[in-house]
Write a protein that binds this ligand. Structure first.
Ligand code: MTE
Ligand code: MO
Length: 514
């Protein structure tokens, strides 16, 4: 070991860490998802991250936030392993100590997760032991001392580096195999495929062609399911089969009720088109989508429980521990908030809450749209706090009137001549009455002009808009949009951050006429 360059030893550390992580993942397969140290550590990181940092991660990385988190955790592990192995000496086995410490952290994270027991740390312990053994093996000198006389230091280092590379590959392969096998074992894909949505009693009104303005390449009124935005704190998508799903209704009620999935059949089945929006959507952002949801009125489900008159909040809880606090009124009034089981005519995709989630028109998702929902507690806003409220977000989250330019793209080129611009506007539960656009020529200011609106489908859905324009002058132009809702309120120009209750401000785009 003496005489090995620091870089070679650091590389051996990375190799040992790869072995530790890979073996841990593979060994976790027979134990089940609760024994997966990778998910446990990642989830603990998500839970421990301050709200402002979570918000930054969502707005910066959007839907790739979890991939970024996984890569960051792996990066930190690799960096720690590299540094500590570089510092390892025979007398001070820093590298081994750090691997053991990481194993202890991983085990603690596993034990901290819902549903985990003591045996679930076994994979992490086994992985840690293999990691320490791998480091010891690599740094033992067996690759370097032999042939000392014959070969130069460079050759010895190279041989060791190749063996370490083999360990990295082996660790990566076992890890990938472990993740894939665990996913397959827990997956509810089969359960979902076997599920046919019930017959709809109250269909959604047909969607007229006129909701979709022609001429500009706008998002489609109904977002294809695969393009529907996704936001949640779940590092691995909860897998909840229909026959193990239950919805418990309790708290300030006359009678506690627990519905099983098959019990839902007795309720009237509705179809409703609703635009969901995330409170973290920045001005101009894409955390907004529209789907046709199939489900049951939450009002009907709650009725049998008998809600106490002084209850003003329903705290909904997901299988993975996420919570949202929704006003009782929003769940029981005429907007027909849904316990949704279908999305665009198919069972809910697992990422969107299979087998059941809440969909509440007019409220941001963080206070209403609980996916994998298993528990509804009738309570009060002055007694209970939900996931994001604890982190500093508002307890109430009505969606603000906003609009977005989709065409042209920021910084895009526009050829002289006639062109059609467009985008979307939304004010769920109030509805959009008008959209205006202002196009500023280079160095000047244009006038507000009304945009052409796609047909209004309902107050719970977004409205698409377009505007025809003639590009004459070359140079940089700015286009700005603002919406007016059905109460007559014009979208405010005042810029507000997504925290604590949703972004405001006008969306502007600079484009170049060339
Ligand atoms: N279980 C669970 N449900 C959740 C969340 C979550 O983190 N966990 N996020 C909420 C938020 S912030 C939003 S915006 C919507 C997004 O729903 P979607 O992913 O189906 O678009 O889900 C809501 N439901
Ligand atoms: Mo959200």
């Amino acid at each position: 070991m003496a005489g090995l360059p620091h870089s070679t030893r650091a590389w051996c550390g990375v190799a040992a860490a790869a072995v530790a992580v890979g073996v841990t993942e593979l060994a976790a397969v027979p134990f089940g998802p609760q024994a997966d140290a990778r998910t446990a550590v990642g989830s603990a990181v998500i839970d421990a991250t301050p709200g402002a940092v979570k918000e930054w991660a969502i707005t910066t990385f959007g839907m790739a936030d979890k991939l970024v988190l996984t890569l960051a955790v792996l990066g930190v592990i690799a960096a720690l392993a590299a540094v500590s192995a570089a510092l390892q000496t025979r007398r001070f086995p820093v590298g081994s100590v750090v691997i053991v410490a990481a194993g202890i952290v991983g085990s603690a994270a596993v034990l901290s997760r819902a549903g985990a027991g003591a045996p679930d740390v076994i994979p992490t312990v086994v992985g840690t032991a293999c990691g320490v053994a791998a480091l010891h093996f690599l740094l033992s000198g067996r690759f370097t001392d032999a042939g000392e006389t014959a070969s130069t230091g460079v050759d010895r280092g190279r041989r060791l580096s190749l063996v370490a590379l083999g360990f990295v590959a082996a660790g990566g392969l076992t890890g990938a195999a472990g993740v894939a096998l665990s996913r397959r074992a827990a997956s509810v894909t089969g359960d979902r495929t076997a599920f046919a949505l019930p017959r709809v009693d109250v269909s959604a009104p047909p969607i007229p062609r006129a909701v979709q303005p022609e001429g500009a390449g706008l998002p489609s009124f109904i977002t294809p399911t695969a393009d529907f935005y996704r936001i949640d704190t779940a590092l691995s998508v909860p897998q909840v089969a229909r026959d193990e799903w239950q919805l418990r209704i309790h708290g300030m009620v006359d009678r506690e009720i627990t519905y099983r999935f098959a019990d839902l059949e007795r309720f009237e089945t509705l179809e409703k088109v609703v635009t969901l929006t995330c409170v973290s959507n920045p001005v101009g952002g894409d955390l907004i989508s529209t789907a046709t949801w199939t489900g049951f009125r939450v009002r009907d489900l709650l009725a049998a429980a008998g809600i106490h008159p002084d209850a003003d909040m329903v705290l909904s809880t997901s299988r993975d521990g996420f919570t949202a606090g929704t006003p009782v009124e929003a769940l029981t009034d005429e907007r027909d908030a849904l316990l949704a089981i279908g999305m665009n005519g198919e069972p809910l995709p697992t990422e969107h809450g299979y087998p059941a989630r809440l969909v509440v028109p007019g409220l941001y998702g963080y206070v209403s749209a609980t996916k994998w929902v298993v528990d509804l507690e009738l309570t009060r806003f002055d007694r209970a706090q939900a996931y994001w409220t604890k982190l500093g977000w508002s307890e109430r989250g009505p969606i603000k009137t906003e609009s977005r330019i989709d065409v042209p793209r920021a910084g895009g080129d526009v050829a002289p001549g006639p062109v059609t611009f467009g985008g979307v506007a939304w004010a769920q539960n109030r509805g959009v009455r008008a959209v205006e656009v202002r196009i500023d020529p280079p160095g000047g200011q244009g006038d507000w002009q009304p945009a052409r609106l796609g047909a209004s489908y309902s107050n719970d859905t977004w409205r698409l808009w377009s505007v025809d324009w003639e590009a004459r002058e070359t140079g940089l132009h700015t286009i700005t949009v603002r919406a007016t809702d059905n109460t007559g309120a014009v979208q405010t120009e005042a810029r507000a951050d997504p925290v604590p209750d949703g972004a405001t401000g006008w969306h502007s785009i600079v484009f170049n006429v060339t």
